[in-house]
Write a protein that binds this ligand. Sequence first.
Ligand code: SAM
Length: 224
Amino acid sequence: MSKLILVPTPIGNLKDITFRALEALENADLILAEDTRQASKLLNHFNIKTPLQSHHMFNEHKSVESICNKLLSGQTIALVSDAGTPGISDPGFLLVRSCLEKEIAVETLPGPTALIPALVNSGLPSDRFCFEGFLPQKKGRNKRLSGLEEETRTMIFYESPYRLVRALREMSEHFGPEREACVSRELSKIYEENVRGTLSFLAGYYTDKPPKGEIVIVVSGKKL
Ligand code: SAM
């Protein structure tokens, strides 16, 4: 039976690909990729020859209909993003929703994503947490942080290295400078770094040592 399969791909270490991910990519009729050049590197490495088609945030609204038609005609289609799990701060949601509306089967494979290792590695409570993704860059940023001031669950944010210090300072203003947090940088890569401490310590640390690479910020919830 045809279906849409969401296939997580490594966030830095190719060894994190799963056997099922490789099987799904190999057996699909078509792979939709956020960036076909990026996906080609992965597919070439594993010698997978499945045809590729671009599917990113700038064309997904337009292409969803034709993709659904391909699925309805019997094709099995895999969706990958540049790294990690599609649909998590990456394209995927729109296509999944359209498929489900049309009763097309959808399967998401378990696999790499940045938020889970960052959360577990932070040492902050992982029994209850909320994923906030990227904060809005301009409008709505302050409002989003204000809305989280009473949040008691551990909070997870994705952030660019260029905005890390600003984000830590803003969080310090909203949540208090003594709130515990952890910055995970370059997870699963050679220069992986996890720095734990208060928001004010972390803001100072990264002011002195401007960060490079990909970043997850994990912040303790408000203590009751
Ligand atoms: N779909 C991905 C996932 O499942 O995690 C997220 C894609 S989002 C466009 C990219 C962001 O994820 C980065 O800016 C960073 O915040 C986080 N990220 C991805 N890879 C990472 C890594 N190796 N180390 C730390 N953060 C990472």
